[in-house]
Design a protein around this ligand. Structure first.
Ligand code: BMA
Length: 316
């Protein structure tokens, strides 16, 4: 039995798996949970991040407005399913990730600069007042994801270097910092290997600490004659040296199959950005952007996902 090392989330959103379903990740039957109707003037609300906060949940949501400006707004929920979004952008950019560390909530996101995208960093205690830090790297990078605690005294950030477009750079790296200002000690983590992720890979939710290592959900991109297709995979990273990939599933865990994943502003996208993980039960609720249009929810357990990784391990 694999175990999550972390907090208990008694009110984690949850739905049992349908009997007979052989796969480790299953969708919420009332998907999508957030649509453009959640915010006036939104064209789409998708790749978004949530965390437990007080007795409920808080989040940072990617909103592409009718102007097609890409902004981040905060939102709050009692049950993780019904969300109230604040019509007050906090930052410009997209694809937020959140984690709780040192008694604060840390946000990383794809920040827009005149020179390309970089990784913005900020923290808050109340989701109303934000302190913005130095950008974590020079352009061009995306998919910046912090580990939720220091490892050997240093903060660690996963990144995916890229160019200004859709990109020949497809590999995940990480870097270290003692103060969240100066970043260095860059390490290669992983590159695309299998067909489902052949074009690029990028870190997804904040890594989840388990007794077998850091559980990393990530997205992989396949290029077909119909364009890109984004799916979700998973790997286990070494606890102390997380650039070492211990195990990695050779097949996706979730791919665009449902209509809300296959049709939308960008068809065929499953893009996980956050996960709630309950240490007591091993339950994991995954929030993912679907077709660059809405936010959907899927479930797994630490046990089912890690068993799938071992049964389909790329790293023999
Ligand atoms: C990536 C990012 C994501 C988006 C995906 C599919 O490069 O821009 O925000 O979901 O493409 O369009």
């Amino acid at each position: 039995m694999a175990a999550i090392i972390g907090d208990t989330i008694h009110n984690i959103p949850w739905q049992d798996k349908r009997p007979g379903d052989p796969y480790p990740v299953w969708r919420y039957t009332n998907n999508p949970v957030i649509t453009r109707d959640n915010l006036y003037m939104a064209n789409s609300i998708f790749n978004s991040a949530v965390v437990p906060c007080k007795d409920g949940f808080a989040g940072v949501f990617r909103v592409d407005y009718r102007s097609r400006d890409q902004k981040l707004v905060t939102g709050f929920s009692q049950d993780g399913i019904t969300w109230h979004l604040e019509d007050k952008p906090i930052f410009e950019g997209y694809d937020p990730r959140l984690c709780r560390m040192d008694g604060k909530y840390f946000l990383s996101w794809v920040k827009l600069t005149p020179h390309g995208t970089t990784i913005g960093l900020a923290h808050t205690e109340d989701f109303a007042h934000w302190t913005q830090l130095e950008d974590a790297c020079y352009p061009v990078a995306r998919n910046g994801v912090l580990f939720p605690r220091k490892i050997n005294g240093e903060y660690i950030l996963l990144i995916r270097p890229c160019d200004r477009g859709h990109t020949p750079y497809g590999d995940i790296f990480l870097c270290h910092s003692r103060d969240l200002t100066y970043w260095g000690k860059h390490r290669f983590v992983m590159a695309p290997v299998k067909n489902w992720e052949m074009t690029k890979v990028g870190a997804g939710p904040t890594p989840i600490e388990t007794d077998e290592g850091w559980l990393l959900f990530y997205h992989g991109v396949l290029t077909s004659c119909n364009g890109f297709s984004y799916s979700m995979g998973a790997a286990l990273l070494d606890k102390d040296e997380p650039w070492k990939v211990l195990h990695r599933a050779d097949s996706f865990l979730l791919a665009p199959h449902e209509p809300y994943e296959c049709f939308g502003d960008v068809p065929n996208v499953v893009f996980p950005c956050s996960a709630l993980a309950d240490a007591e039960t091993g339950r994991i609720a995954l929030y993912y952007g679907a077709a660059d249009t809405c936010v959907a929810l899927a479930f797994t357990t630490v046990d089912e996902t890690i068993r799938y990784i071992h049964e389909n391990d790329l790293i023999k």
